[in-house]
Design a protein around this ligand. Structure first.
Ligand code: HEM
Ligand SMILES: N[C@@H](CC(=O)c1ccccc1NC=O)C(=O)O
Length: 273
């Protein structure tokens, strides 16, 4: 029954409006907007105009990082339980998010170095280097490097525990090796794995699902590399060769990370196809 004016019906003599039928849930309460929209606190005083953009961009990154971790964890578990179609499906969702993450740099680059300079000095010693979720994504993907945990300054106990768990847990690559094992291949040595990958690539009619999964892993790796490359060029545009607020050499440090690959054997395979 619709009575116009957005009134969906009546209950106990009270008008019930669309979106409120029978309950207390609203758009704002469901999405916790009061809390979410109250989390943008500027360090600059008087407020620098562009600092809101800087905070918003980083918060949006962290929300997507949370989603990426959710999907990558489920994708790994799907590989471990033999649901290859699901593992691939979730990886493809991650690819789409990763493309969006790289494109977001466009928005931040509407900020000029001069306008960044208005509040940059307030940020030290904070830096993206301290993004726990970013490091969790690296560890889960396959690039476990415990030295990052030691180099983190100001980690909370909860964050330390989360990173510790990621260092213990199987990676996407570990799970992919299980997939290769279940497909009948030995994976004890690196040469075994290289051999298995060549056989999978050479008989896609038989190993199609495994091949497609390997391709989805390569895509994840390539998109992570594309973000690193985009980030460093943005950094050079913003701060040139200045050292970073996190205490590193800045662009020099970031350039040293450009060669990082999660799945070197999948890249090596290309040379023998
Ligand atoms: C004005 C924009 C930005 C500048 C100038 C900048 C600069 C830097 C610099 C210099 C570093 C090296 C660490 C240090 O500070 O010494 C770094 C690391 C990092 N930044 Fe940014 N950044 C910017 C935006 C972003 C954004 C939007 C994100 C998204 C989350 C981000 C994430 C990271 C991450 C994850 C690292 C660690 C990279 C690694 O260890 O491989 N940065 N950034
Ligand atoms: N490291 C940057 C500052 C920066 O971008 C930043 C500072 C605090 C929190 C996150 C940041 N984003 C990426 O590093 C710089 O050296 O200018």
């Amino acid at each position: 029954m619709s009575t116009g004016d957005g009134v969906a019906g009546r209950w106990d003599g009270v008008d019930i409006h669309f979106g409120e039928e029978g309950g207390r849930l609203t758009y704002g309460s469901y999405l916790r907007l009061a809390e979410l929209l109250d989390q943008q606190r500027l360090e600059s005083d008087p407020p620098a105009h562009d600092e809101l953009l800087f905070i918003t961009i980083h918060q949006v990154y962290e929300l997507w990082f949370k989603q990426v971790l959710h999907e990558l964890t489920a994708s790994r578990d799907a590989m471990l339980s033999g649901e290859l179609w699901l593992a691939e499906h979730l990886l493809r969702r991650v690819h789409t998010i990763e493309r969006t993450l790289t494109q977001q740099v466009d928005i931040l680059e509407t900020m000029t170095p001069q306008d960044f300079g208005e509040f940059r000095h307030r940020l030290s010693p904070a830096s993206g280097f301290q993004s726990v979720q970013f490091r969790e994504i690296e560890f889960l993907s396959g690039a476990k490097d415990p030295s990052f945990v030691k180099r983190f300054r100001g980690l909370t106990e909860t964050e330390k525990a989360r990173l510790g768990q990621r260092l213990e847990a199987p990676t996407l690559w570990d799970a992919f090796l299980v997939v290769l094992g279940k497909a009948g291949f030995a994976t004890d040595t690196e040469d075994d794995v290289r051999d298995a990958l060549r056989k999978v690539a050479g008989d896609r009619g038989h190993y199609g699902a495994v091949w497609e999964l390997a391709e989805a892993l390569v895509q994840h790796d390539e998109l992570a590399a594309a973000w690193r490359a985009r980030h460093v060029v943005m950094v050079e545009r913003m701060i040139g060769t200045k050292p970073g607020t996190g205490g590193s050499s800045g662009a020099g440090y970031l350039r040293s990370r450009l060669d990082l690959r999660y799945y070197p054997l999948l890249w090596d395979l290309r040379s023998s196809l």
